[in-house]
Design a protein. Structure first.
Length: 608
């Protein structure tokens, strides 16, 4: 029942286990081999308390016990323990039904004929119909061969006891011959239909098992970050192999270039990649089939992409089962040759690998496209910033310098100081803007490498707050605040950018830098205890839906062009904080305003 299986799968996953599908014609042997492949020491099997028929031959539990060398087998009585499929021979009906069918084929026709002999006036037609019913019953139970045996046996008995001359196998009337042949044909047809139905039922059950396995493969591929190793391991467990490996053609820079051959060698260079030349034996040269075999035998042309199992992976020339995923990729299963039915499922594994590789390539392409789009957006924003925010201080500096250089105008000492202060102020703004641009470029290119060391908050605050209004910015740090793991220069830049942003957007509010040990309720960063610095203002604050946008590059509050800066301060602050292993978040200040929370992991001591 698919619903019951899904309920079991869900329960096993909730209990922290793993649900596996094991493929094999003999359940006991398949389970024992699976246990050995995963180094299991305990095997629990259900054993039914209720049996309507005595078991003929050894059951799954008995076989598992006999072949369980080194594995403890536990048989747990359960009403549903024996309702699953039993080991089946090639006819698909099961060994018990086959044996019962042969027994009935030997006993039922004579017993029926004995019962018919009681009435000497019984016609041949009636007797044939009764024997036909018995033969059909045997075919329904035992399938093809028991049904044929019952049909032949019944026809011989009818011929011997019911047709002239009685007591011999000779037949005088041609119509009687036709009747007997029709009798055998009908019984044989029923037996063939039953046998085909049983085979189809067995194939359907196997298809359901394969579908369940493929469903698990799809779930693993979706849930796993690195799906290829997970799929390789699943293939090894499913087929109870010693080792499963995925090989790809070529090695490093050798891929994608065909290699030439000299006399006595065969070259292959199809544009997809090259194979090293191998010696050509008689009959090898020029044949496509032999060429493909040489390509597979050439172990030097393959490299291991992923493997699972015991020992070194077998090469494509040594593996027991080889599935070609694509012309440049093969899946090699080593341990035992698989029957043709299982090879279909191996092919499904290969197709799944192809789908995973295609998905990974699409994901990589999507990531490249996103990076290109982000780079284009950054360049566009940079051009916009250069065209406005960088030109403004440059224009102010040029105007002040031009005024000071005029010979016709004599400035008072106070005016000169004011012009010089303007130059200095605009120069500081230019330095800050260029610094933020360079820092943002480093962050987006993943080239920020912090030098982490134990740092105390009070050590970096004086330099971070230099140049800010002393009467507006206040610090409140507990005297016993532990050090955090940080890069001192980056941490200064983070605090400076956030505090300057608070002063800019809350000019009439006091800015408080509050240190918190461990945060409220025990703050953590990536599972490590953390320390916090809260930068609190009581300005206008930021609406809840806009909080995430304030950390975007080139984003200013309400996106107004009148605000000074190019909107990189908070983006750089968050990038540096995350590079140091911390977090930077924003939350509303009680009573109005915005609180920025810098959270960094507490230091465990000096780093080498």
């Amino acid at each position: 029942n698919p619903g019951a299986l899904e309920a079991q799968r869900t329960l096993v996953n909730e209990l922290g286990g793993s649900y596996r599908t094991v493929v094999g014609d003999d359940p006991a042997r398949a389970l024992i081999e699976f246990c050995r492949s995963v180094d299991a020491t305990q095997l629990v099997l259900g054993a039914s308390r209720h049996r309507t028929l005595p078991r003929i031959g050894a059951g799954t539990g008995s076989k598992a016990v006999r072949g369980s060398s080194g594995i403890d087998v536990h048989l747990v009585p359960h009403p549903l323990g024996s309702r699953g499929p039993v080991p089946a021979p090639r006819n698909g009906l099961g060994r018990r039904r086959l044996i019962v069918g042969f027994v009935l084929a030997l006993l039922l026709p004579p017993l029926v004929q004995l019962a018919l002999g009681i009435d000497p006036a019984l016609s041949l037609t009636t007797a044939a119909l009764v024997q036909l019913t018995g033969a059909v019953l045997v075919a329904l139970i035992g399938g093809l061969w028991p049904g044929l045996l019952a049909a032949v046996s019944g026809s011989l008995l009818l011929n011997f006891f019911m047709t002239e001359p009685v007591g011999t196998l000779a037949v005088k009337d041609p119509q009687t011959v036709v009747a007997l042949l029709v009798f055998v044909s009908v019984a044989a047809t029923v037996a063939v239909v039953v046998d085909l139905s049983a085979r189809r039922s067995k194939e359907a059950a196997r298809a359901r098992a394969e579908a369940a396995t493929l469903s698990e493969l799809t779930e693993d591929a979706i849930a796993s970050d690195d799906a290829v190793p997970s799929l390789i391991e699943r293939a090894r467990e499913t087929f109870q192999m010693r080792n499963v490996a995925l090989f790809r053609r070529g090695t490093g820079d050798g891929e994608g270039a065909g290699q030439g051959g000299t006399d006595g060698e065969v070259a292959h260079g199809d544009g997809d990649g090259g194979y090293g030349g191998s010696e050509a034996g008689p009959g090898d040269r020029g044949g496509d089939g032999g060429h493909g075999e040489r390509r597979r035998r050439d172990a030097s042309a393959w490299r291991v992409a992923a493997s699972a199992g015991q020992g070194p992976p077998a090469t494509p020339a040594e593996g027991d089962n080889i599935e070609e995923v694509d012309p440049d990729t093969v899946l090699v299963l080593s341990g035992r040759p698989l029957p043709a039915g299982d090879l279909r499922l191996v092919a499904a594994f290969g197709r799944q690998l192809n789908a995973i590789r295609a998905r990974q390539q699409l994901a990589a392409s999507r990531g490249d496209n996103l990076r290109l789009a982000e780079g284009n957006r950054m360049r566009t924003s940079l051009l916009r910033a250069v065209s406005h925010d960088l030109r403004t201080p440059l224009a102010g500096i040029k105007l002040a310098v031009s005024s000071l250089r005029q010979q016709e105008v004599v400035f008072s000492p106070e005016d000169e100081q004011e012009l010089l202060a303007t130059i200095e102020n605009y120069s500081d703004r230019l330095e800050q803007l260029v610094g933020n641009l360079l820092d943002m470029s480093r962050i987006t290119s993943d080239s920020v490498v912090p030098l982490l060391q134990p740092v105390r908050w009070h050590e970096v605050l004086p330099r971070a707050l230099a140049g800010l209004p002393a009467g507006q910015v206040h610090t409140n740090l507990p005297p016993n605040m532990p050090p955090v793991d940080a890069d001192p220069g980056m941490l200064e830049r983070v605090i400076a950018n956030i505090t300057e942003n608070a002063v800019k957007y809350a000019p009439d509010s006091d800015i408080v830098l509050l240190g918190v040990i461990g945060g409220s309720g025990g703050s953590m960063v990536d599972g490590c205890p953390a320390s916090e610095l809260r930068i609190i203002d009581h300005g206008k604050g930021v609406a809840g839906e806009q909080v995430a946008s304030i950390f975007r590059p080139f984003q200013r509050l309400n996106d107004t062009a009148s605000a000074a800066g190019i909107g990189l301060g908070l983006a750089v602050a968050r990038g540096f904080t995350e590079a140091m292993g911390g977090t930077l978040t924003a939350e509303p200040t009680p009573g109005g305003g915005l609180t920025m929370v810098i959270r960094l992991p507490m230091s465990a001591g000096a780093r080498p």
